[in-house]
Design a protein. Sequence first.
Length: 359
Amino acid sequence: MDRITIKEACTLLGVSRPTFNAYRQKYQLSEVRLGGKIRLSKTEIIEKVILPAGDVEKTHSLSLISEDNIKKIQPLPGVYDLRRIQGIDAYGVLGLLCSIKAHLNQSENNSVSLLVDGLPFCSYLEAIGFFTEVQRAHHSRVSYNATALRARALSRSAVILPLHLIGYRGAEKKILDELYDPLLKQGFSESYCGHIGWIIGELCDNAHTHSGGPCYLIIEALELTSTATRFLTIAVGDIGIGIPASLKNNPKYSNLRDDVLLPMAFQSEVSRMEVEPKRGKGLNDVMAIGKGNSSWLKVETGGLAMMFDFRGGQDKITFTHPIAQASGTRFGLVLIDSEFEKFSRASINEIVDKFMGNT
């Protein structure tokens, strides 16, 4: 769907046929003949005429702690200018991927143009499998200039686990089995690896529960030059209906606002299934591990986002800005290579209750 007619190109640029003919020569736009008609590349026109690389500044960062969002790199509907990104982490990768996937799933007529360059950032995305996942099941509706990417080996040492599709409940177990040995060889403790495995299992299970479909997983080391302490970022995301909409399947919660249901999801025994009142402990336990590790956690769903910051012994919970205004849920959890203090579900409930009482 990247190929468009001359008439469609004139509409895209808002110019007359003679003006477009001048553009064809000036920018040396490539052409092919399909069905006896000239077709041009929509992505090439955007890159060369509307948003030339010389006018693009790398000013946006997509990460668990940044305030930027995907809209800032979307100059046009369905166009994602990856050349504008100066930094990204595992959470940002999933936000970007889910935003693109959600746009494609909204309508069979939606297409995506990715604007890329040969700098290391886009090569990093290629190396972790980002473009492969973007095109999965939508190959004919995704276009980007693959020749602009400079092939490089995955040199970013922070990547622990490249982007993976978790296609069904429990599929993450095989991935985890292959992950433990490398982490242990890097000096991470068995206890630390065990917590990582448990959290990934819970977050992937939660994604399948609330989305009814596949989810994505990526793990990276968080590189902080100001400390010798090691950190890992675990990010899980999907494009399902999201946590609030899922909880509304339970009649008890059907009339509650989304900004009430999202923090409630971290209380024990809050579940979308009324017939199983003992369910709902997973996110409560994930939050307990985050607190016990004095780390931080971000979740976004249904246009809402929350940050749980337990650094320095604090219990700071805030609503914040989501990276992607897309369906589904994204989690990002930073785990510190240190001891884990155990906290009960009741104590986590108290923290959530206090937050909800203050909002």
